[in-house]
Structure formats: structure tokens, C-alpha cells
Ligand binder design. Structure first.
Ligand SMILES: Nc1ncnc2c1ncn2[C@@H]1O[C@H](COP(=O)(O)OP(=O)(O)OP(=O)(O)O)[C@@H](O)[C@H]1O
Ligand SMILES: [Mg+2]
Length: 279
């Protein structure tokens, strides 16, 4: 095993999960075993979705709530404008996947803040999906303890309507992971997942759907999901990944529609004079 492979294995085990890249036949077998997904007739009705009882909107990491103008919230507004521009072409490219090279680069924070920025400043429903089935964190950032989520929809035929949560932040709807699974790649590459992505994409054509994923280098999850979405947003946290890691992750994502890179936690970018406007 090469040193890089050893490092990846170590990163994987520190997240409590073994790296698993399925072979084509494994994926095919998993897909064939699944019966077709069933949807309840009411799930297209936004008003009938579960309302989140205790969203933690005071979490200081949710900077895109934008109640105090800060450099960070302005950056999310800029990101929102860029995304709106990049996704409104001949067709509306409404499904976006967020990933990064390695762990803890700020994927989940970016996914959530971008979703909030879109939901607050853009008058359409935004659906945020936690597709990190190894170490889901979006529900924690929102202060939620969901009982069901994507896993139960995929595995146990729970209707999507029973797992979607209205956050009360604009028209932001959240689909939690619903726990963790030992072989997320199998679930994410199943026909059932493709059906769910299509369903989420097409049911409300004006809605952004944002998928938060595990990092690209240790895990194949983002790689198997990327071809099913319209665009990939790649997060790089200042000082975290090495240049060769970024390069390798981007190579892995080659062939997918890379929309751009979010440079996160960028101390070198924030110049002292910028603070003047916000103090
Ligand atoms: N710009 C930032 N400023 C301050 N803290 C940050 C920033 N970005 C991320 N963090 C912190 O770093 C940690 C990891 O962030 P986050 O969970 O968003 O990363 P991730 O890439 O989703 O991680 P994982 O690979 O585990 O899914 C969190 O504690 C988060 O609060
Ligand atoms: Mg995360």
C-alpha cells in the first residue's frame, strides 16, 4: 500500500468508516435488489411538510442568516449571485453538489450557508440534502435531531414527505441523512438514489437542490453522486489540503460539471481595510 493510500485509510478509519470503492458488479447487484421507490401523493405540497420545531438559527456559524452584516455574510451573498448566474442558462441547472479534497474543509458549512443565502435572497424553495452518510453534520448545525432521513427513504421505502423538514428559514427544506450506514457508496450509487435525485430535481423545477458530501480523496461517495447532478462546487480551506491533494481530488472529479471553487477560511484574503465597512 502506498503512503497516500495509507494516509487515506487512516483518514477513513479516523471517521470510523472503512474506505470502500465498489466494483461495477457490486453496484449493479445492489441496484437490482431494490424494489422501485414509492412516493406519497402529498409530498409535493410544501405546506404539508414537517415543520422543524427547534431550529438553532442563533448558531454563529450560520453567517448567511445575514442579520448582522459581516464580511462572511457578504461573501455568501456574492457566492449566491455567482451560482444563480452560472446555473441559469438555456436550462436551469438546479442540482448542486458540494465537496472538497479532504476532511473538515468547510463543505457542510458552505452547503448550509449557501442554501440559506439562496432561500433568503432568492424567492424559491431550496432543498438541502445531507448525503454525507458517514459523518452527517447538517442536522447538528441546525440544532435538529431527526428520526428519519435519506437513508430510510432509500433503504426502507419511507416516503420523502416524511423525511423532509421545513426549516422556517425562507423556503429552505432540509433532508437529513437519517443516521449513518456502513456502505454509503452502495446506497448512493443505487438506482433508487438516482430516482430520488431525479424526483428532487424535477418535482419543483424552480428549486435548488444542494447535496453535501464526504471528501473526495478518502471516499468515493462524491464521485458516484457527481454525475447525477448539474454542477459541483469544490471547497478548499486555506492551509488544509496540500496542492497535490487538491490536484488529485480535481482529477477524480474530471468529467463532472465543476462550477467553481469556494476558498474557505481565507485569512490571507481579508485585508484590514475591509473591516472599516462593518464595524
Ligand atoms: N470559515 C470558517 N471559519 C471558522 N470555522 C470554520 C470555517 N469553515 C469550517 N470551520 C469549522 O471547521 C469544522 C469543519 O467544518 P465543516 O463540518 O463544515 O467541514 P466539512 O468539510 O463538512 O467536514 P467533514 O469532512 O467532516 O464533512 C467545523 O468545526 C467548522 O465550524
Ligand atoms: Mg461535512
Amino acid at each position: 500500500m502506498s503512503r497516500i493510500e495509507q494516509a487515506l485509510e487512516k483518514a477513513a478509519s479516523s471517521r470510523g468508516v472503512k474506505t470502500h470503492n465498489p466494483t461495477r458488479s457490486e453496484v449493479a447487484v445492489t441496484a437490482e435488489k431494490q424494489p422501485p421507490i414509492k412516493y406519497s401523493s402529498s409530498e409535493s405540497d410544501f405546506d404539508k411538510l414537517l415543520e422543524a420545531p427547534q431550529i438553532n438559527i442563533n448558531n454563529p456559524m450560520l453567517v448567511a442568516m445575514g442579520d448582522n452584516k459581516s464580511i462572511a455574510s457578504e461573501e455568501y451573498n456574492k457566492l449566491r449571485s455567482l451560482i444563480v448566474e452560472l446555473t441559469h442558462g438555456k436550462e436551469f441547472r438546479n442540482t448542486l453538489l458540494i465537496s472538497s479534497s479532504i476532511t473538515e474543509e468547510g463543505k457542510s458549512l458552505t452547503a448550509l450557508n449557501l442554501a440559506i443565502a439562496l432561500a433568503k435572497g432568492y424567492d424559491h424553495t431550496v432543498l438541502l440534502v445531507d448525503t454525507d452518510l458517514r459523518r452527517p453534520s447538517l442536522h447538528k448545525l441546525l440544532g435538529l435531531k431527526p428520526e428519519v432521513g435519506l437513508i430510510q427513504c432509500l433503504r426502507d421505502n419511507v416516503p420523502l414527505s416524511q423525511a423532509l423538514v421545513k426549516t422556517g428559514i425562507g423556503k429552505l427544506v432540509f433532508l437529513p441523512a437519517g443516521g449513518t450506514v456502513s456502505k454509503p457508496v452502495e446506497l448512493l450509487s443505487s438506482n433508487r438514489m438516482k430516482e430520488v435525485v431525479n424526483e428532487l430535481k424535477n418535482r419543483y423545477p424552480e428549486r435548488y437542490v444542494i447535496f453535501d458530501t464526504p471528501p473526495v480523496l478518502p471516499f468515493a461517495d462524491a464521485q458516484v453522486l457527481a454525475p447525477t447532478v448539474d454542477g459541483v462546487l469544490f471547497v478548499v480551506r486555506e492551509g488544509r489540503p496540500k496542492a497535490h491533494e487538491i490536484q488529485k481530488a480535481l482529477q477524480t472529479l474530471q468529467g463532472t460539471k465543476l462550477l467553481g471553487t469556494v476558498y474557505n477560511d481565507a485569512h490571507s484574503y481579508v485585508k484590514k481595510r475591509d473591516y472599516y465597512y462593518y464595524q
